[in-house]
Design a protein around this ligand. Structure first.
Ligand code: DGL
Length: 311
């Protein structure tokens, strides 16, 4: 988390009314966006889903970093006051470089998840699951061990979980029902359970007492994961902890939207056909996705030149 000096005066007050920018490769980041707006009901957000280039997980870190920089620049051009990288793969690949490039605070999801895991573990044996990009980056291991070097981290890539989440969302077509309350019914199915066991049994054999869901799609799989892990292993998602970081950072900067500020959420996607983004996104976010911009890859690439600082 970045620590910045508090701001006061008219400048801070006007920037307090600006939206928070949040992005992911697709709809997974809505699990984080949902936590942020429920903790900070006076804040407006601009949510960007890079659906056309999703998934990020199998891509190289360099490629994901470039995408994350483009989207961050696009969000800055929309005048956001803070950016949340609501994607573990993009956080692993791009957080540091984006923090260096931009003047607005940038918060990722890995450090909050790592912190929550270190606070939760008693045996100091922590498991982490995520995309190939996230796990191969080693970002969780570094982040957890930077907080407590005595923790042993066992990590494994679980790429098919993203597929399972999206399949399950397509089974649930009512956009305004609370998907989080229905995830057991949607995801506890024999075919999904078999995949989950293949991924998670080896971690259980490592005697972990805490498992980090290191992908923003995965909170929807909590009941499925729980059905394999049993009752004794704690499951950590970084969404809540990230929302706390956002609240804390805005408070320190004097940039929390004043109570009663009119809220207007906006959305953007690179999808050529945004139907799935709207239906799946509103299912997770639990709010309608109405003010939607379609952004082309050319528009994103064009953001790179003017905003880069000279070396
Ligand atoms: N939501 C992304 C993450 O947190 C994973 C999805 C993808 O592979 O693009 O890593």
């Amino acid at each position: 988390m970045q620590i910045t000096p508090p701001q006061t005066g008219p400048e801070a007050l006007s920037s307090a009314r600006l939206p928070i920018g949040i992005f992911d490769s697709g709809v997974g980041g809505f699990t984080v966006a949902r936590e942020i707006v429920s903790r900070l009901p006076d804040e407006s957000i601009i949510y960007f889903g890079d659906t056309l280039r999703c998934p990020y997980g199998p891509r190289t870190l360099f490629e994901v970093k470039t995408f994350a920089q483009q989207i961050s620049n696009w969000l800055v051009n929309q005048q956001v006051k803070l950016i949340v990288i609501a994607c573990n793969s993009a956080t692993a690949a791009g957080l540091e470089s984006i923090q260096r490039l931009l003047d607005v605070p940038v918060i990722g999801v890995i450090e909050p998840g790592a912190r929550a895991a270190v606070m939760a573990t008693r045996s100091r044996r922590v498991g982490v699951i995520g995309t190939v990009a996230t796990i191969e980056s080693g970002a969780y291991t570094r982040s957890i061990r930077a907080i407590d070097a005595g923790v042993t981290v066992f990590s494994t890539a679980t790429p098919r979980f993203v597929e399972i989440v999206e399949q399950g969302l397509r089974l649930d077509r009512n956009p305004f029902e609370d998907i989080m309350a229905q995830t057991a019914a949607i995801y506890i199915r024999p075919a999904f359970a078999e995949i989950a066991r293949d991924y998670l049994d080896p971690l259980c054999r490592c005697k972990i007492d805490t498992l980090v869901l290191g992908c923003t799609h995965y909170p929807l799989l909590t009941p499925l994961v729980r059905s394999v892990l049993g009752p004794d292993i704690q499951i950590i998602s970084s969404a809540e902890e990230t929302a706390l970081d956002v609240a804390d950072t805005l408070a320190r900067r004097g940039q929390l939207a004043p109570a009663g500020t009119p809220v207007h959420h906006r959305f953007a996607t690179t999808a050529a056909e945004p139907g799935d983004f709207v239906v799946l996104g509103s299912t997770i976010f639990r709010r309608p996705i109405e003010d939607l911009a379609l952004v082309s890859i050319d528009d994103l690439e064009a953001t790179m030149q003017p905003l880069q600082r000279p070396a």
